[in-house]
Design a protein around this ligand. Sequence first.
Ligand code: SF4
Length: 370
Amino acid sequence: MPFLIAVSSTVKRVLPLIRMMHPVAYTLIEWYHSNKRDLPWRNTRDPYLIWLSEIILQQTRVEQGRPYYERFKEAFPSVASLAKAKEEKVLKLWQGLGYYSRARNLHKAARMVLEKHQGIFPTDHAAIRELPGIGDYTAAAIASFAYDLRYPVVDGNVYRFLSRLFGIDTPIDSTAGKKEFLQVATELIQHAPPHEFNQAIMEFGALTCVPSNPNCDSCVFRSSCIARKKNTIQELPVKAKKQTSRNRYFHYIVLHDGKDVYLKQRTEKDIWMNLWEFPMLEEKKALGPEGMLRKTSLLFKNHSTTMHDKPSKARHLLSHQTLHAVFYEFTLQKKIKLPATWKKVNRKNLQKFPVPKLIEKYLRQLLVGD
Ligand code: SF4
């Protein structure tokens, strides 16, 4: 892979070190063979299954992702079967994992493989990278794990380990940082089988060089690690931008009509697009019961509903947002004209709809005792 980029003085210092010093790649692979976890997606070279596992594992812990991987593999054993499935079925199976754009892109990419590549998963890096939802990291993972192509993976685990081992303090979320870390990883992978090297470096970051309290005392790099020598472990890797989180206030209307309640499909182009939820009012701040009655009075005119006491509250954290949700229950007393987008659903059938995690948790509570 050619690199015609300007590099910082840190990396100029580090590159000769990589070539001369400790045989990092081999030490990693040796460590990997004695310490790796037995994970189902590691026992296959099938690019479809590797892709599936990589998408599921983005922003998801291994233990949480494992049952989803098994379920997807069983429901859609081939890329063609995934491509032919209805989006609603894919979203339902994904429910609970969050970041639904991953599921939508998975489905879109499967269709692309079927239409553009005759159902055969592409074998070259550029064609893999073109598929929806596949970025540099995922393309490198599929290319190396399935076909042993020499593309280094650079994920959060790799940034952390390399920044500490070589004492690199270029921010990992800057363009310069991304290029530098990619260059370092590319140097290292030259000396090793790509598939094993990539698995090993990620596993090392996940198990040993962990974010807080890394296992330095038993680390195979403890004598060469620059961050350990300089006592900068907790400062690395460096991030330039502080992540800010915004508060959002969701007020759900859980409208009971006998054994039925009303749902609405989310059409906004956001992470919950096409999922189902209760009709909802989003406000700049929390309304409180009186505010909610005022807001819904136009909709439920002529006292056609009664509002229950004690609304249920929930808080849900996303990477850049904190959702403050309140579920207000109402009972419909008289027939009224409701918005056409509201769908009347028997409570028994609520579980069949793909819903965001916040709604899933509330439904569990609502359906207890039904
Ligand atoms: S010595 Fe500690 S900080 Fe350095 S590579 Fe090993 S685990 Fe990471």
